[in-house]
Design a protein around this ligand. Structure first.
Ligand code: C2E
Ligand code: MG
Ligand code: MG
Ligand code: MG
Length: 276
């Protein structure tokens, strides 16, 4: 006859499925209220220039202190739910606003980064009104366009490139900086790097973390570095955790690093403390 463990496995499985569905249902209900409830916040991770030993930018990463659940929810879980609920645009705008407010609060503090980088979803980036919304937010917060860097997700459907490129050109004309995020990690096309008006390209952690041993990853690094160099685009490595990764990247001409070796994401006042 079946062992006790085998007999009970399906029950555990069903319970686990039920618990996961319960959790999602709870999160869905809570997310609708998260912005008015003040449960969203940004943490900041430095982009560090290994030549000047300076933080050249800081990237805002979203966190949700979900009251209903009693703990923090990460973007990997939050963003799919927000997409499902049609809340991405609202969240993107909250991030833009909050990041600019932080940039203004940092102004004049020692060690403040020159630019703040934010992640904006593809749907928002290609929405017709987006460049004007950015312009208005910059004006209202009193932040210069050159102090904002927008990171573009790599998973852009080819059919959307036209609408996206138009908005990106408008943002560039204002002076906003643009970065291509997570490059080399998934379906990112070399064509995006050539076609889109970006100043920076970020090598995905899935490449960085297999350096220096991974042969394919080393080949991707070499190709991206050569392309970035010939296009005059700055290369940044994500997810740098070990010294040997940094030295491998530097040997290929990548000098700007982001990752735990240089700093974990921190609250704004911890990354750039107030004076006195
Ligand atoms: P991303 O933009 O590529 O951000 C980098 C992610 O890698 C962050 O995860 C960061 O905490 C993590 N990370 C940084 N350095 C290291 C490292 O050395 N080792 C390891 N293992 N991980 C590292 P996080 O905060 O969970 O964000 C995940 C993704 O969610 C982001 O990837 C970005 O695509 C998206 N995201 C985050 N915040 C926002 C946001 O405000 N709006 C939108 N639309 N997307 C966001
Ligand atoms: Mg990013
Ligand atoms: Mg990234
Ligand atoms: Mg990434």
């Amino acid at each position: 006859h079946r062992s006790e463990v085998e007999a009970r496995t399906p029950v555990f499985y069903e319970e686990a499925l039920g618990a996961a569905a319960d959790r999602r249902q709870k999160l869905r209900k809570a997310l609708v209220q998260a912005i008015p409830a003040g449960e969203l916040r940004l943490v900041w991770q430095p982009l560090f220039d290994t030549r000047s030993y300076r933080m050249v930018a800081a990237e805002a990463l979203l966190r949700w202190d979900c009251g209903a659940l009693g703990h923090e929810v990460m973007p990997g879980e939050l963003l799919p739910l927000a997409t499902e609920l049609g809340m991405l645009a609202e969240i993107d705008f909250w991030v833009l606003w909050e990041a600019l407010a932080t940039k203004r609060r940092w102004a004049g503090r020692a060690g403040a980064p020159a630019t703040v980088a934010i992640n904006i979803s593809g749907a928002t980036l290609r929405a017709p009104g987006f460049p004007a919304q950015v312009r208005a937010a910059l004006d209202q917060q009193g932040v210069a366009a050159e102090e904002l860097d927008i990171e573009i997700p790599e998973d852009i459907p080819a059919r959307d490139i036209q609408a996206l490129a138009q908005n990106l050109e408008a943002l560039r004309a204002m002076g906003v900086r643009l970065s291509l995020d997570d490059f080399g990690g998934g379906v990112s096309a070399m064509a995006h790097l050539v076609q889109l008006p970006v100043q920076r390209v970020k090598l995905d952690r899935s490449i960085t973390h297999r350096l220096p041993e991974g042969r394919q990853e080393a080949a991707v690094l070499g190709a991206v570095a050569a392309l970035a160099r010939s296009l005059g685009i700055e290369l940044v490595a994500e997810g740098v955790e070990r010294e040997v990764q940094a030295s491998t990247l530097r040997a290929e001409g990548c000098f700007i690093m982001q990752g735990w070796l240089y700093g974990r994401p921190l609250a704004a006042d911890l990354l750039v403390p107030p004076e006195g």
